[in-house]
Structure formats: C-alpha cells, structure tokens
Design a protein around this ligand. Structure first.
Ligand SMILES: [Zn+2]
Length: 312
C-alpha cells in the first residue's frame, strides 16, 4: 500500500464517520429540535415566534399558507384565487431527474398546484389581493403556471379596484422550461403596469432569498419594496458568481437587505412581526384613507417613498 492509497482510505473513513453523525431528513422532521445559529433550538419556541429565532432573529422560511394563516389574515379568512395550469413539460426536460417527477414532488411538498398561491383577504378594513411564492415548489422558481397565477391575481385587482401585495421568495425563472419561463418576466411586468395605469398600489415584500429573474422583473416595479429582516438576501446573480466576474472579494453584507437599502433597492426593512401593521398604514396612505395617516417608521433607517410610482 503506497501513501496515496493510505490517504484515500483515511478520507473514506472520515466520510463514513461524518455520514454516521448526520441526521436523516426523517429524523430531522421527527426531532423536537432544529438547528439555528449553530445550536439546537426547540421547534416549538421558533414556531411560537412566527418562525423567527428569539436568540439571533433569523427569519426562517415560511410557506404561503403560513403567511396568510399566521401573519396577515387568520386561518380560513381568505379566498384562494385559482388560475389555469398550462401544460408544463413542453421540452420533455430531464436532468438528474425528470421534470415531471420534480413537479410531482413539489406539489406534494407544498400542497400547491403551482409555485405561487394568490388570495383575497382583509387587512383590518382594507381588502387586498396577495400572492406568495413557495420555496418548497422548486425553490420558488417561476414558469408558465406561476406567471398565469400573477396575471390572474392582477386581473382580480383591476376588476375589484384592490391593492396588490407580492411576497417574493425565489431562485428566479425555472430553467426546465427555458425561454417560456423567461417570458414570464415581461408578462408579469406588463400586468403590473396595468395596475399602475389604474393607480392601484403595489407593495412587494422581499423575503430571503429573492434572486434571479424575480428580482429583475416584478419586485423592482413595486411602489414600496419592503425587506423582511436585515439579513434577507436580495440580488440577481449569486454572490460567488459576482465575485468571480469582478475578480475581487465582496463585503460580507453584499446582497443583504441592509446593503440593498443603502444602494436604493429597498425602501423599508421590517421584522416579520411588524409587516401587517406597517403595510396597513402604508395602504391607508396610498389609498388616501383618513383613518391612518401617521406612519410611524421611527425604527427604520430611512423614510419610504410613499408616492405611487408611475407606469413606465
Ligand atoms: Zn437562531
């Protein structure tokens, strides 16, 4: 046995030992603990705090139903806005798995028909339409059904003269449908422009991570862009790709919500617990309701631009 073979054997031994220590997904689901800030923490504690860690303020990912049930409307107090589901596997895509198999898993994991769930609900006395992306559905990626869903939600806003709120959490456009998913970017942008022509408010909530085509289409068109937590990741290409392209190291805070706010891409940063109240106050002003005109944003680092941005 030479020294190379010996090294390989040692490496294999280390790998085996590491594998033994890693909990399986099933074990992780069963356990009352989860990992946060490098420590185990009781899931119960995180859940009671809207999935925000009370020790490090990490905002753990929420699915659309959780935002609607626990943060904005209450269980059963909203109406789902259904949209058509076009045939999806137009390219017969297969990578390490068939696209059709990925879709089946995504539907099972998220309990949704597509990667966006849109609903109509009431924020106190203001009726709103809200859409939310699901990370469980192929990392919040956008393809034809998701584009259709946004269009259907915006049509509802136009018909009933309602404000629109979009909760973004996305890896971008879905590569398995290639140009057809990319074409959802202008489709969504055109739909948002119709909202603007009708002078209906559009608020976007950036949750972590929001990247790729989603951050380059629907999100920057919002009248007010709110980031959920200071550490939310918001950018187009990944940090490593940008660093390699520019051939220089990037600051630790690159593409965080705080960095994006300093660079004019985010208007307000809020903790999850404050989203409902502050959005209600913003809508009160944008809709010129007299009941709520005192916008208390003393904890934020900058004043928001509350004028509806004109369609371009
Ligand atoms: Zn934590």
């Amino acid at each position: 046995m030479n020294w190379i073979t010996r090294l390989i054997k040692i490496g294999d031994k280390i790998k085996t030992n590491f594998k033994k220590k890693m909990a399986t997904k099933a074990e992780q689901l069963k356990s009352p603990y989860m990992s946060c800030h490098g420590q185990p923490i009781l899931k119960k504690i995180i859940k009671e705090n809207n999935y925000v860690c009370p020790e490090c303020n990490e905002h753990h990912k929420l699915e659309p139903h959780q935002y609607y049930d626990d943060i904005f409307f209450g269980k059963g107090k909203y109406e789902e806005i259904k949209s058509p589901i076009p045939f999806e596997d137009v390219l017969g895509w297969k990578d390490t798995k068939k696209y059709t198999d990925r879709l089946a898993t995504a539907k099972k994991l998220s309990g949704l028909e597509c990667g966006i769930l849109s609903v109509k609900g009431k924020l106190r006395d203001i009726d709103v339409v809200m859409s939310c992306q699901s990370w469980s559905f192929i990392a919040g990626s956008v393809s034809m059904p998701e584009g259709e869903n946004v269009l259907t939600a915006v049509e509802r806003c136009l018909t009933e003269k309602l404000p629109y709120i979009f909760i973004a959490k996305s890896s971008g456009m879905r590569m398995m449908t290639n140009n057809l998913s990319l074409s959802q970017m202008p489709r969504m942008a055109l739909a948002i422009n119709e909202l603007k022509k009708a002078k209906l408010p559009f608020i976007c909530i950036v949750t972590s991570p929001t990247t790729g085509g989603t951050s380059a289409s629907i999100v920057p068109l919002a009248d007010v862009i709110i980031a959920e937590s200071k550490k939310a990741i918001y950018g187009f290409a990944g940090k490593r790709i940008v660093a390699n392209t520019e051939n220089k190291p990037l600051n630790d805070d690159f593409q965080t919500a705080e960095w994006a706010q300093e660079n004019g891409q985010i208007d307000i940063i809020l903790d999850r617990k404050d989203l409902k109240d502050k959005i209600y106050k913003l809508l009160s002003i944008l809709l010129k309701k007299k009941s709520e005109v005192n916008l208390d944003l003393s904890n934020e680092t900058s004043e928001p631009n509350i004028q509806t941005r004109e369609a371009s």
